[in-house]
Design a protein around this ligand. Structure first.
Ligand code: PMP
Length: 423
């Protein structure tokens, strides 16, 4: 009754643009590490949220934020040593020649700015994205986010590449993606938009997780750059060590992006995001307009972001993502051998996707069953999500402090759902 009252209240008070997760929505009151607690005191293993990259309410970030908040919180129109230190550390991990950092509050703002830079620099309008991409919520980035357009129709200056064939046995992923991008560039040129950018989340989070083989995006990205378009690496999902083998998703594919955007995990829950690009690109924008973001790069934001970088390193979380991710993938592959609807276990580090297909016809995506599994896991105290064009991909993306015991906990719960709950 209490839950129904809350749902009803929300309907009257909160806009209908954001959906709630789960048939029985959750009211969470506390987070700690990989665990979340609801208002009845029940705990849930969080295998879904990539914002708390260090774990929920990590003491290092809380301490840094509260200490800075009680001393000073001011914006970037004043000199700030701490910002310089952070920028230097972050930029030193990127392959930009004269890299500069612009701090924002959200990934959407960073991608919005990236598109402005790319269009200004190239004089072109066209953008290439993946067919179920999500890049944010401003007008400009919504238009290049097919997954958030309910009617599915992207504007004519957007060309999409289809990733599903990457699941085909024996496919040459690199040649396939190169071909898709070649067709996308041709389409944009034919329609008079030209190619300003290839905006790519290299783990393809909302398309349903397509990670392998490493290097598969190299030829496609190089083709865009040869055609005069900019490569924008959206690291909001794969960044900060999540894929295990590299700090950045684009590095896993040996790409040389012109612009890199960051978000979600960057502040472990404090809203911090950023864009990095060469000085020359940013100077072009500075000539036509300013860009100031009141809260982007504020003293507190920088304190949170610095604590994240330091802790990722100190707690060796990237290495843990690789080791736990491999263990989890192996376990999921084991389950897929027993349970027909689980298919195509894939991913990198602690970013894993599993297709849910119909038991009668394994070529058919089964979004209804996928939703039953996600809800079944929620009832059993494990939180994961669903993604992909057909909503039939289990998306597993826990905080990077997820260890082998947590992985086993998830596997046991999934096995129970498959063996007991779905009958
Ligand atoms: N890019 C990607 C790949 C994302 O997944 C998201 C958020 N889901 C964004 C950008 C937008 O970030 P934000 O919600 O912080 O604006």
């Amino acid at each position: 009754a209490r839950l129904n009252r809350l749902i009803e209240q929300r309907r009257h008070l909160v806009g209908p643009t954001a959906m709630l997760f789960y048939d029985e929505p959750l009211q969470l009151v506390k987070g700690e590490g990989v665990w979340l607690y609801d208002s009845a005191g029940k705990r849930y293993l969080d295998a879904y949220n990539n914002v708390p990259v260090l774990g929920h309410c990590h003491p290092r970030v809380m301490d840094a934020v509260t200490a800075q908040m009680s001393q000073l919180n001011i914006h970037t129109r004043y000199l700030d040593d701490a910002l310089h230190r952070y920028a230097q550390q972050l930029l030193s991990t990127l392959p930009l020649k004269q890299g500069r950092l612009v701090m924002t509050c959200t990934g959407s703002e960073a991608n919005d700015l990236a598109l402005r830079l790319a269009r200004l620099h190239t004089g072109q309008q066209g953008v290439i994205v993946s067919a179920a991409a999500y890049h944010g919520n401003t007008q400009a980035v919504t238009d290049v986010s097919p997954s958030s357009l309910k009617r599915g129709q992207v504007p004519a200056y957007v060309a999409c590449i289809d990733l599903e064939p990457l699941n085909t046995e024996g496919i040459d992923a690199s040649a396939y993606l190169d071909q898709q991008v070649e067709a996308a560039i041709a389409q944009l040129q034919r329609d008079g938009y030209g190619c300003a950018a290839f905006l790519v989340d290299s783990i393809f989070s909302s398309d349903g997780v397509y990670a392998d083989p490493p290097g598969m995006l190299k030829a496609a990205a190089a083709r865009v750059q040869r055609a005069g378009g900019l490569l924008i690496a959206d690291e909001v999902q794969p960044g900060f060590g999540r894929t295990g083998s590299n700090l950045w998703g684009f590095d896993r594919h040996q790409l040389s992006p012109d612009i890199v955007t960051f978000g979600k995990p960057m502040g472990n829950g404090y809203p911090v995001a950023a864009l990095a690009a060469d000085e020359t690109l940013l100077a072009e924008l500075a000539e036509v307009s300013g860009y100031f973001n009141t809260f982007g790069g504020s003293s507190v934001a920088v304190a949170a972001a610095q604590a994240v970088l330091d802790t990722l390193d100190e707690e060796a979380l990237q290495a843990n993502a690789l080791s736990t991710g491999n263990r989890l993938k192996q376990g999921l592959q084991g389950l897929a051998e027993h349970y027909e609807p689980l298919s195509h276990v894939r991913g990198a580090g602690l970013f894993i996707g599993v297709d849910i297909v119909s038991s009668e016809d394994p070529t058919r995506p089964d979004s209804v069953l996928c939703s039953r599994i996600v809800n079944g896991l929620r009832q059993r105290g494990v939180l994961i999500g669903a993604a992909g064009r057909y909503g039939n991909v289990l998306k597993i993306r826990p905080p990077l402090c997820f260890n082998h015991d947590h992985a086993q906990h998830l596997l046991d719960a999934l096995e129970q759902v498959m063996a007991q709950d779905l009958i």
